[in-house]
Design a protein around this ligand. Structure first.
Ligand code: G3I
Length: 332
């Protein structure tokens, strides 16, 4: 029996894992989840396309099973995600009468705002007291835009206002849930500055936002661990803001230039060393870093197909990456 990961870090932060629904129905997966993780993120099952595939057609059966599973096993649940430019059905942005794409006319804006409000109130309200943190808005920043706002349907129709509305309505629906802005490539100095300004401005306006989610989909080559620390330092400047690492994985596929077991082993050791270095940083900031989630249980479940980015291999064997967090002396 392996030492428990979440027990090991219980004085620092929660240790989470994103899992697809099939994992909850597989007894071996369930054992690994229960042993090592005290937070779960549904990988796709609480996204808008899953919860409201057509207008008013809410479908909560799978999401409810996650809630039950977490309750039964004393695991916390991170809700992911309420507002995103992906995995959101096109009906959100379609005029119900004409079937055309909504424009930024006042009339169309009202249609979309009403839909946003209803989605958030219904979902967050249903799981009030059962979801400890919500990724309210996901990936709204595009550092290639002069103003930093991604040109999503949300933005094109509503302007930046949709972001604050989402937080306000989520807070109304569950005043005790921690509300997060979540994004990737937050180690990019240019991008993180946009995110920092966004959150600072929301806070200054009194918008209820409690944390920043740093996804941390990284590779051996980028970013440097020092940039992860710089990002934590930057967001720590906002008083009271919590930091969750929400989607950690470390890709090695780009470095697998030769089909050679010894070389792959070397890369897996490098991966473990990088993960250990990251955790050494996170532990230093345990007052602000309160939850750390891996984006997948085992390599063959990862959204990165053909890669080896997680803690366990396809046969549930702990990798060097796992050992680096439990007993680094095991890593060659
Ligand atoms: O459910 C359908 C299934 O019915 C269909 O037969 C199958 C055929 O392709 O597709 C299934 O949907 C897939 C879905 O995952 C569920 O497995 C989609 O194709 C696939 O695109 C989708 O990928 C998800 C991706 O988000 C979508 O952008 C990944 O599983 C999920 O890990 C990934 O997660 C995101 C986070 O939400 C946000 N941050 C980045 C992260 C990684 O991309």
């Amino acid at each position: 029996n392996l030492p428990s990961l979440f027990e090991k870090y219980k004085n620092y932060f929660k240790i989470g894992v994103a899992v697809p629904y099939k994992a909850l129905t597989n007894p071996v997966d369930v054992e690994v989840i229960k042993r090592h993780f005290n937070s779960i993120t549904p990988e796709n099952e609480m996204k808008p396309e899953s919860l409201q595939p057509y207008e008013g057609g809410f479908n909560f059966s799978i999401a409810d099973e996650y809630i039950d599973f977490c309750k039964k096993n004393n695991i916390s649940l991170r809700g992911h995600t309420l507002v995103w430019h992906q995995q959101t059905p096109s009906w959100f942005f379609t005029n119900p009468e004409t079937g055309e794409k909504l424009t930024n006319s006042e009339k169309d804006k009202k249609i979309l705002l009403d839909r946003l409000k209803k989605h958030i109130q219904t979902v967050v309200g249903r799981y009030k007291g059962k979801v400890y943190a919500w990724d309210v808005v996901n990936e709204a920043i595009d550092e290639n835009q002069p103003d930093g706002y991604r040109r999503s349907d949300w933005f094109n129709i509503l302007g930046p206002e949709y972001i604050e509305k989402a937080f306000i309505w989520a807070h109304e629906a569950d005043p005790n849930a921690k509300l997060f802005y979540n994004d990737y490539s937050t180690e990019d100095p240019y991008k993180r500055e946009f995110i920092y300004k966004l959150i600072k401005n929301l806070k200054a306006k009194g918008v209820p936002i409690h944390g920043v989610g740093l996804q941390c989909h990284i590779s051996l080559d980028w970013p440097d661990v020092s940039e992860i620390e710089e990002t934590i330092k930057l967001f720590s400047k906002i008083p009271g803001l919590e930091i969750h690492f929400t989607e950690i994985d470390i890709s090695i596929a780009k470095n697998m230039t030769e089909d050679d077991d010894a070389y792959t082993r070397y890369l897996l050791i490098e991966q473990a060393k990088k993960l250990k270095a990251i955790f050494d940083v996170l532990k230093k900031y345990k007052n602000v870093v309160t939850s750390v989630t891996f984006w997948g249980l085992k390599d063959d479940y990862s959204w990165l197909k053909g890669d080896y980015p997680l803690l366990f291999d396809k046969d549930y064997q702990p990798k060097f990456a796992f050992w680096s967090l439990i007993d680094p002396s095991v890593v060659p």
